[in-house]
Design a protein around this ligand. Sequence first.
Ligand SMILES: Nc1nc2c(c(=O)[nH]1)N[C@H]1C(S)=C(S)[C@@H](COP(=O)(O)O)O[C@H]1N2
Ligand SMILES: [Mo]
Length: 329
Amino acid sequence: MVFFRSRPGWQLPESRVTAEGVFWQRRRFMKSLIGAGVGFAAASAGACQRSPTMDADLANTLGEPLNGARLNGAFADAGREPTPQVYASRYNNFYEFGGSKDIWASAQALPTDPWSVEVTGLVKNPQTFSLDDLTQRFALEERIYRFRCVEAWAMVVPWIGFPMRSLMAAVEPTSAARYVRFTSYYDSAVCPGPSLGFARNLPWPYTEGLTVEEMANDLAFFAVGVYGRTLPKQHGAPIRMVVPWKYGFKGAKSIVKIEFVAEQPATYWNTLAPDEYKFEANVEPDVPHPRWSQAKERLIGESTAMFTWEQQPTVIYNGYREYVAELYG
Ligand SMILES: Nc1nc2c(c(=O)[nH]1)N[C@H]1C(S)=C(S)[C@@H](COP(=O)(O)O)O[C@H]1N2
Ligand SMILES: [Mo]
């Protein structure tokens, strides 16, 4: 196991990370800024020399403070520094809102209140959860996860949410359930993506799928927050999937429906280009994408020119072999 030093779960004090992570500086900074109602430009000049600039427009997209989530010590150290939020929250894939990485502003059209998630299919207790249900019935925790897009860029993200298997316990899948299908929000009147030309005839809504065993794995997570606050819309507010041993496209955003089914479901990218985007889509450095190698990855940074980013070797299952190898043995 390359990235995780052994450390008892749940025992790592937040200060251990606070001292090291750049984003924590940013977080405290944002909190004090919002709390004090200080003008953004004036505050940013003095408070944050090490951090890149977060302009007020981007800062306005960040969510509400989400307190009380305990840092899960098993996922406190991703082997890399957390990516500063100013990078992670302005470089996104969310094709419903456009085909560039720069959709953080257009994604603000996503209506997130009210929200409900219907959980249905082969379960004993089908239920529809409001967002309050999701954040109050399941104990929230913080996990710092590596993140790897199939496009070979990577980051490290401090998510807040709850394990997918907590939700499974609430709905009780039957023994006939073998797969799970996740559906993202879609409304053609709200989402400009399909009219941009790149995105004609796409199989909206965005859907993704897991096996029930994958969904029950320790790592599989529903995020309702990031960087200490509720999810910004560009990250898939108010609830999105996080499956860190798989390529990022498996992590469907803005989930409205979860169905337990018997057969492997059709999914968005796999339907579009099955040779390029496998259903399983585990991070595997030795399995190239048909159009590029997956042997290395680039950590996202300030420049939008990817070739200037720091390159690192890709690690099998994105560094999470010890958690998931048994699924694929
Ligand atoms: N609904 C929806 N979910 C999505 C996508 C999308 O276009 N639509 N893009 C996926 C891809 S390719 C990646 S890499 C991640 C990006 O997540 P982030 O923008 O929060 O970093 O979201 C995934 N989830
Ligand atoms: Mo991606």
